[in-house]
Design a protein around this ligand. Structure first.
Ligand code: SAH
Ligand code: F3S
Length: 475
């Protein structure tokens, strides 16, 4: 409760000081991927609309929600450890605080979490993000609070991740935004828990997505990233192919029509979805940026088969070749898993070899983590942890060396940068990205936020380019 008499213009307030309940303050901490970031943003926006206030730290929040990730065990353990600390601290200082989990781990563990942590108030699964507000209302008004666990599937839930946070200080000038186009994945790669935590593929209609993009552009957004676990499978069942164009390519075309939008990106695609219609789209749709995050996982055919990825190293190389034929300056990043069960030295070397051939600009290298219920977790010949660590370090070193060369090649080139905001490391400078998704830091000011600037690259650091927009008058 806080006294709110100071700013109250009501003359009676002088005679009769009033106190008004302040809005409950919610802090949301996100673990894991861009999908989770987007889900958290939508929940925050929905709560704000309901009258909740978004807190920037857990220290003074009345409600603390952890949006969890299940992809690797380390992420789950981190979230559970954080919750244990919160229970120990927050319950002492603010016994009425509401503590909850949402997202993938909430979905897969459900009520078990409440059994394990009886102080927990809320567990909300991946198809119920839009119900968080109602559950919080109920918890806050209840005198005899009982924990709520809501993890059922819900038809139409893929269309509920649509609100954006536009009232925050920095968000008011958001230049780029993520737009969730689908939920779930049907691929069932043998190592991956996502199909179990996120459910079957469900796609939003094209018009609904385009409307959201239009709304974002009206608010000043210049670039959108279409988001999903396997975006190349977008609308396969709901929409289907038309005139040789997959539903996903149709969606990109429709998004391309939005006036005022400058750039389109997407993540994550699946290599098997890189058919010729999508590759060709890079050549004819100027807003579609020449960058691709194309998860490889392994460069060995026997591993790819065990992983149930649905392509070979030859097919992967063919896609890369075709993409570079259409856009020679294509930015290329990937995900790789080292230490999958049974991975031999030769198979690991095939991954290194493929990375050298493709010359990725960057790669996320993951140590294989067995996930309960996935086929890979029951495969024979698990690798000793030391070997996984060793291969991780070797591959990371290789990736860094390749990336260093790739970034240095930019020095002296002229690039187009979309100005996003102040650089995190040096707020006196601005940062933006090239079309091929490289971060560029340069001298400029807030006036240029949201603008496309041409500049020359003067030097390259670790995964950052430094530009000089001297051709423009900045005063
Ligand atoms: N298409 C999704 C994939 C989600 S998981 C997306 O990009 O969002 C992200 C990455 O985590 C995968 O590409 C894979 O490289 C890695 N990953 C998934 N399951 C894993 C596991 N069991 N152990 C280690 N890494 C894993
Ligand atoms: Fe996971 Fe494979 Fe789908 S990595 S998200 S099951 S494409």
């Amino acid at each position: 409760m806080s006294a709110s008499t100071q700013l109250n213009p009501d003359p009676l307030a002088k005679l009769e000081p009033r106190t008004e309940p302040s809005a409950p303050r919610v802090f949301i901490k996100t673990y894991g991927c861009q999908m989770n970031e987007r889900d958290s943003e939508a929940v925050a926006a929905q709560l704000q609309e309901k009258g909740y206030e978004i807190a920037s730290s857990d220290r003074d929040a009345d409600i603390i929600l952890l949006n969890t990730c299940s992809v690797r065990d380390a992420a789950e353990q981190k979230a559970i450890g954080k919750m244990q600390n919160l229970i120990a601290q927050t319950r002492r200082e603010r016994p009425n605080a509401v503590l909850g989990f949402m997202g993938c781990m909430a979905q897969s563990r459900g009520k078990d979490l409440i059994d394990q942590l009886p102080d927990l108030d809320l567990v909300v699964g991946t198809q119920k993000f839009h119900r968080v507000g109602d559950h919080l209302d109920q918890l806050l008004k209840s005198e005899n609070r009982q924990p709520i666990c809501d993890t059922e599937a819900e038809v139409g839930s893929e269309s509920t991740i649509r609100e954006h946070l536009f009232t925050g200080k920095s968000a008011a000038k958001a230049v780029t935004a993520f737009v969730s186009i689908m939920q779930g994945c049907n691929q069932y790669c043998s190592f991956c828990i996502v199909p179990y935590t996120r459910g079957k593929e469900r796609s939003r209609p094209i018009e609904e997505i385009v409307d959201e993009v239009r709304g974002l552009v009206d608010q000043g957004v210049r670039e959108v990233t279409l988001l999903g676990q396997i975006v190349t499978s977008y609308g396969k069942r709901e929409i289907g192919s038309k005139n040789g164009l997959s539903a996903f390519t149709q969606l990109i075309e429709a998004t391309h029509e939005v006036e005022g939008l400058e750039r389109i990106r997407f993540t994550s695609p699946h290599p098997k979805g890189y058919q010729d219609d999508l590759i060709e789209a890079y050549g004819r749709l100027p807003k579609l940026c020449e960058s691709a995050h194309l998860p490889l996982q392994s460069g060995s055919n026997s591993m790819l088969k065990k992983m149930k990825r649905g392509y070979t190293r030859e097919r992967f190389l063919e896609i890369i070749h075709k993409l570079r034929q259409v856009r020679p300056d294509m930015g290329m990043t990937t995900d790789i898993i080292v230490g999958f069960p049974g991975e031999t030295e030769e198979e690991f070397q095939e991954t290194i070899d493929l990375c050298r051939k493709v010359e990725f600009d960057n790669a996320y290298v993951f140590k294989y983590s067995p996930r309960k219920g996935t086929p890979a977790s029951e495969m024979p010949d698990p690798l000793p942890q030391e070997l996984i660590e060793e291969r991780h370090a070797i591959l990371l070193n290789e990736i860094n060396q390749i990336a260093k060369r790739k970034y240095e090649q930019f020095v002296g080139r002229e690039v187009e940068v979309l100005v996003e905001g102040p650089s995190r490391r040096n707020p006196n400078r601005m940062m933006g990205r090239t079309r091929c998704h490289k971060i560029v830091v340069f001298e400029a000011n807030e006036r240029f936020r949201g603008q496309l600037m041409k500049m020359k690259i003067e030097s390259a650091g670790a995964f950052t380019l430094y530009g000089n927009p001297a051709i423009l008058n900045l005063d």
